[in-house]
Design a protein around this ligand. Sequence first.
Ligand SMILES: [Zn+2]
Length: 435
Amino acid sequence: MVLGIVFGNRREGGRLGRAPVVLAVAGAVAMIAAAAVVSLFPQRAWAADSTLPVAGAARLAGDDQRTRFVMDINRAVAFRIFALPDPYRVVVDLPEIEFSDPSAADNAGRGLVSAYRFGRFAPGKSRIVLDAREPFRIDKAFVLEPVEGQPARFVVDLVPADRLEFMRELALSVPSKPEEPADKPARPAAAVPLQAVPPGGTQGRKPMIIVDAGHGGVDSGAIGKGGTLEKDIVLQVARRVADRLEATGKYRVRMTRDDDRFIRLGDRVDIAREAEASLLISIHADAIDYAGIGGATVYTRSDKASDRAAEMLADRENRADLIAGVDLSEESDEVAGILFDLVRRETHNFSTIFARGLVHEFKGKVKLIKNPLRSARFHVLAAPDVPSVLVELGYLTNPKDEKTMQKAQWQDTVSAAIVESVSAYFGRGVAKNVN
Ligand SMILES: [Zn+2]
C-alpha cells in the first residue's frame, strides 16, 4: 500500500482536502509554497553533483505525545510523504540530495520513532524512512525556509493514534487520481525459460556471472562500531571481484549495482534471471551482538535454516526492502509445479557445489567462522534457475573484522579467492553429469 500525497503545490492541491492527514498539514502548505518552485526535478546523472541540495544534521525531539523529526538542508525542496503499516513507518520521498553525514542515520529512536534512516533511493530520488513504535498520525510536515543564517529545515511531526485511526487515514488519503507510484511496480516474473544453468554456461557463450553488492542507497545494511557501513564495504569488494572476473576474459560479468543506490531484492533476482546468469554471488558483511564473533560465512538458500543464527540473519537481510519502504505484500517467490521443483533442486545442487568450493578456497587466506557453510531463506538467492550464494565477509561488530575489511590488501585477497573458486567451479565440468 503506497499512498501518494503531494505537498508543495497548492494549485494541484484539490486532492489534499480528501485526506484528514493532509488537512492537518494544510497550514504548513503555505509555508512550503515557495518550495514548489523547485518541484520539477530533472533526472540527474547519478554521479555526485555539487548543485544538489545538501542535507546536514538530522535529529529527533519531543516525546511519545508528539515526536518531531528535523533535518537541516541547505535549501528548500519539495517532498512527498506517506505512511505504511506493518511495521508502521513514515516514508518521505525527496529529490536527489547529498547527505553530508550518511553514517548519522539509523540513530537511536525517541518518542514515537524507534529509528530512522536516509539515503539515495533511485536515480534522482532520495528517501527518508522513520520507523514508528506504534500507529501514528502525520500532524505536520513542512520545509522551513532558511532565515538569518539558519539552514532550511525539513520537519515532520507525529502524534499517536490507534490502529483503526491509522488505517482509516491511509484509506482516506488515496489520491483522487493515480499518482506515479513511489516505488517501481513489481516487474512481472522474468520471461526466461525455466532451466537450471549448469556451470558450463549457456549455449556455448561465456558464462554470465552476477556480482551483487548488498544493500545501497537508503539501506546501509549493518553498521560497524567504528561507523563503517556495510553497503560501502561490500561495494568495494564487489567491484574488485567484478574487475578480476573480467580480467580473466573467461566470463561475462554484471554488477547489480556499481554505485550507492537502492535495488529491491526481487529486482536483483530478476537481473540474474533475465541475463540467464550461470552464477550469482551476493556480497554482504554481518553484524551481531557479540563483538567476539568474526570471520566469513557462505550461505546457500534453503527453506529450512541450518541454524537459528542463519535464520535470524536471513530475516535481517530480507528486511532490506522494508528498510527502503517498499511494500512486499504483493510479492511472492512461490511458483508451483513439479518442473519448478526439479529445476530448483538441481540449481540448489550447483549452488552447494560452488559454496563448498568457495569455503575451501577461503581456507588459510580469509578468516572463516566455525561451520562456515550455512543456509537459510534469503530472498536474494531465490532465482530457481540461477545457482546463487551469499557471502558474509565478516562481522562489522567485531572491531578486528571491521578494520580488516577496510584494508585494500584484504579486499584483494578475498576477491582473488572468490575468483579462484569461480574458476574451479566452471573448470569442473559438473554439467556433464547433470544434463
Ligand atoms: Zn547484508
